[in-house]
Design a protein around this ligand. Sequence first.
Ligand code: SF4
Length: 165
Amino acid sequence: MGVFDRLVARSRRRSPWLFRLNSGGCNGCDIEFSACLAPRYDVEQTGALVVGSARHADILCVTGPVTRGARASLETIFAQIGEPKAVVAVGNCPASGDVFAGSPEIAGPLDRIVPVDVFIPGCPPRPGDIVAGIARAVAALPGKGAGNGKGNGIRKKMTGGARRA
Ligand code: SF4
């Protein structure tokens, strides 16, 4: 890896840019994701930035179970993000479908459509867990190819969908 490539990799580690996609969820995970940006968790203090264009992003954060209607958008957005990139499944829905599992309108789970690097369990996950998941995705970025699609092994433990009280 040359000097320039090392500089780019270092910059990505210190300032990952995030793009969020709701692929058909109930918005519960999106509310918790938004809480990550508020002063209490303030993920942007770490250098992370939520951007409005997937073309500018390093990490794709997906909420929701991936409906049939959202599948094409997901594939387009995933293709727009340059390499190296990482995908984070936020909540139980993208991992297993959770309460939407079995519906004929669901095209997911997410890793059937795009490679997933990090699964963050919960319905919805707490903001601190989301921040930690994003940190794991950042660690997976340097030298990354198109994703190994293996995730972090959490999905199998999430069958049945643990929920917050
Ligand atoms: S995991 Fe739970 S909170 Fe998140 S989108 Fe699915 S049903 Fe809603």
